[in-house]
Design a protein around this ligand. Structure first.
Ligand code: BGC
Length: 761
């Protein structure tokens, strides 16, 4: 439908119909207007499968949704670092939506993993905004290729479940821009999600739903968002101001209560009808975008999508440890699979994203017919209690086998929407099982099922560690293919695994006090903190092993000097030096060598996944623009590059930088300085023009440095360098005290005014 047609239609709607259009008809539908032929549109969770609830709607999944396909959760899809693959997954989801008549799938969820404890980390992508935004963008592109909308969520700063509906995320401007907004920004600008879901929490005191700065000034005006904003379920508490702020659709239905508030506000002149019309137009624009592009031929082929879920899972499993090349295992050896999750994998998290899987393949399902593999349950996960009989059986079987694979991880009750974890540990009964099996069987491998890092007290006792994340319903096939070498692991950690929770930068402040959580670690989230502190971690950001090996060579930069308006092209050759084909995630970090602002030692600014046959070399290229070198400047309220040298670093993880090369970037933007009496001489000296204006004052005794050095006792005690250093930190008002009356307040103020005027000229 064209804009004119939409506006004509809205012109025919009554005030009441328009107000009603701004809230859900029920749990999952927008409102329809029968007399005008306006259809309802269905929305459904997501994000890693279709959770369409037909009857008895409730968003936390107590009631069943249709049988569907559960793909790997966000924690895993991010680990694939494979944009094309995730776009394919998005296309499958989009097709499922078309087949089921769902107009918008509620995801992806891109909130930054500030702490390993957040209950929804399994749905989220990364501790790094670039990875989060790129992987979210890949999924959005896929879904929307099928003319189905997405709802990137939860906008903004919903980084904990604790008091998520009332808590205020308190952070400074730079942190918000560089970390928390940036996770959304790239995807919103490039892939243009049809909708954005605002979060429950407050941001610096103002609820996301009524946060005009975030919903309108940034999202619409800066980022050109042209879809509609919907509330998280029940996030609206002040309907009319919310509408003003830029929240178009309230979900779910408020039973007409909030619609009536809108009607009253218009009638009483407190809300311009044009604001309401604009919201209705934004909503209907998307309703018709779906309606006009319905694919009536789409079929939800669950078995085909299950196969795709397996393919995705293969690239989401990270090989973390492989001592003595214990993996891949030999298919013919006597091996024992231990642990509940071997036969009943934990493959998704709890809450609104919980998918009703049409089938589940466990690792045991894939090997039980082989004859050489046995199964021992080892532990139960309903309660953290050691079951001595199960444990003894597992140890006995482990002793008798050539290798033991323990399928461990976090139980459902540990990770879910609605609450956070209280610690980073695995259940004690599992840690104990791993320790006892490893003591009995040197060839022990642990396969982990979890959506967020865990402490691994047994890491040095086992030979292999495989992070399977929450790999979706087809995870078992992917696990077996990796364990036995049919598939070469190629995933990398999109987050750091610290040794212990206390190492995490948010540890002291997470989950805040009452309804206030201060993000005091600022931009130092995840590896930005660990790398800058040179702190040891269990497994670093970007880390993941392969069954083959890769060499990097020939790092080339297209220029040695650029301006912040130029782009820099970076290329590097990557060679597979091992004997198997494999995929490598080549990572590009940028480091500002010297900076007047406090910055992380390096930040990820590019990644590419390449597939290489044994012996093959490919050239990987990256294009860097201003943003790769910039930080958010709070004077300019914009991205800014400080002139100077930057290192372009290419590596296999944030802790395994293989090659680096310098580039000099010149800024084309001058950050204005506002001079006051408190400005130091040092700051004035930074600007040659200001220095020139200061010249008359420089003639005054106290500013002369070292002219007759060595001629008296004072200059022996204080060298010219020392004098200059001291001067650097003296405020201009110091002239009043130290010029012996030669400078008056009026003269000084006049100079300050002249310096400020000089800025403008
Ligand atoms: C969740 C959203 C979800 C919505 C609808 C909310 O509780 O935070 O992620 O999309 O419910 O189920």
């Amino acid at each position: 439908m064209t804009r004119d047609q939409l506006q004509e239609l809205i012109g025919k709607m009554t005030l009441e119909e328009k107000a009603a259009m701004c809230s859900g008809a029920d749990f999952w539908h927008t409102e329809s207007v029968e007399r005008l032929g306006i259809p309802a549109m269905m929305v459904s969770d997501g994000p890693h499968g279709l959770k369409k609830q037909d009857q008895k709607a409730d968003h936390l999944g107590v009631n069943d949704s249709i049988k569907a396909v559960c793909f790997p959760a966000g924690c895993g899809t991010a680990a694939s670092f494979n944009r094309e693959l995730i776009t394919k997954m998005g296309e499958a989801l989009g097709n499922e939506c078309q087949a089921e008549g769902v107009g918008v799938i509620l995801g992806p969820a891109v909130n930054i993993k500030r702490s390993p404890l957040c209950g929804r980390n399994f749905e989220y992508y990364s501790e790094d905004p670039y990875v989060a935004s790129e992987m979210a963008g890949a999924l959005i592109e896929g879904v929307q290729n099928k003319n189905v909308g997405t709802s990137i969520k939860h906008f903004l700063a919903n980084n904990q479940e604790h008091r998520r509906m009332s808590s205020s995320s308190e952070m400074d401007e730079r942190t918000m821009r560089e970390i928390y907004l940036a996770a959304f920004e790239g995807a919103v600008k490039k892939q243009k999600p049809w909708t954005v879901m605002c979060s429950y929490n407050r941001i610096n005191g103002t609820y996301a739903a009524e946060n005009k700065e975030v919903l309108t000034d940034i999202l619409r005006d800066e980022w050109d968002f042209d879809g509609f904003v919907m509330s998280d379920w029940g996030a609206v508490n002040n309907r009319v101001p919310d509408l003003y702020a830029g929240l178009e659709l309230e979900m779910p239905s408020s039973g007409g209560i909030n619609d009536r508030l809108i009607v009253e506000a218009v009638k009483e002149g407190r809300l311009e009808e044009a604001v309401l019309d604009r919201a209705v137009e934004r909503i209907l624009n998307i309703v018709y975008r779906f309606e006009d592009n319905r694919d009536k031929t789409a079929v939800f082929d669950r078995d085909a999508d299950h196969e795709l879920a397996r393919k995705v899972a293969e690239e989401t499993i990270v090989l973390l440890k492989n001592e003595d090349g214990i993996l891949p295992l030999d298919e013919k050896e006597k091996i024992v699979f231990i642990g509940k999750y071997a036969a009943r994998p934990r493959f998704q998290g709890g809450g609104s994203s919980h998918i009703n899987s049409h089938k589940v393949t466990s690792a045991w399902d894939c090997v039980k017919e082989w004859g050489n593999i046995t199964l021992a349950e080892g532990f139960r996960d309903e309660k953290d209690e050691i079951d001595e009989a199960l444990m003894a059986e597992a140890v006995e079987q482990a002793k008798a086998a050539k290798a033991a694979v323990i399928f461990a991880g976090l139980p459902d009750a540990f990770e879910s929407e609605g609450f956070d974890r209280g610690h980073m540990r695995m259940p004690n009964c599992q840690n104990e099982l791993i320790a006892r099996v490893a003591a009995a069987q040197p060839n022990t491998i642990v396969v982990l099922h979890n959506g967020s890092p865990v402490e691994m007290p047994w890491a040095d006792q086992v030979k292999g560690i495989v992070e399977a994340y929450l790999g979706g319903q087809a995870v078992g096939g992917a696990q077996v293919d990796i364990l036995f070498g049919k598939v070469n692991p190629s995933a990398k950690l999109p987050e750091s695994f610290p040794y212990k929770l206390e190492d995490n930068p948010s540890y002291l402040y997470y989950v805040g006090e009452g309804d206030r959580v201060e993000y005091r670690e600022g931009v130092f989230v995840g590896y930005r903190y660990y790398d800058t502190k040179k702190m040891d971690v269990r497994f670093p950001f970007g880390f993941g092993l392969s069954y083959t090996a890769f060499d990097y060579s020939d790092l080339k930069l297209s220029a040695e000097n650029i301006s912040d308006q130029d782009t820099l092209s970076v290329s590097v050759n990557v060679t597979n030096t091992g004997s198997r084909a494999g995929k490598e995630v080549v990572q590009l970090y940028v480091s500002d060598v010297e900076s007047t602002v406090i910055r992380p030692v390096q930040e990820l600014k590019g990644f590419e996944k390449v597939e290489l046959a044994s012996g093959e070399t490919k050239t990987v290229t990256f294009t860097l623009d201003k943003r790769a070198f910039a930080y958010w400047n709070t004077t300019l309220h914009d991205w800014h590059v400080e002139s100077g040298t930057f290192l372009v670093r290419v590596g296999k993880s944030s802790r395994d930088i293989v090659l680096e090369a310098p580039v000099n970037v010149d800024s084309t933007v001058k950050v204005p300085v506002r001079y006051t009496l408190d400005t130091t001489f040092g700051d004035v000296m930074k600007d040659p023009k200001a220095m020139e204006m200061m010249a008359p004052f420089m003639k005054l005794g106290i500013l002369e440095t070292g002219e007759d050095e060595g001629s008296n006792a004072a200059s022996e005690a204080i060298s010219s360098e020392m004098q200059e250093a001291m001067m650097r930190y003296m405020p201009l008002r110091g002239l009043l005290s130290f010029s012996g009356g030669a400078v008056t307040m009026e003269q000084l103020q006049g100079m300050v005014d002249a310096l400020n005027a000089g800025q403008q000229s």
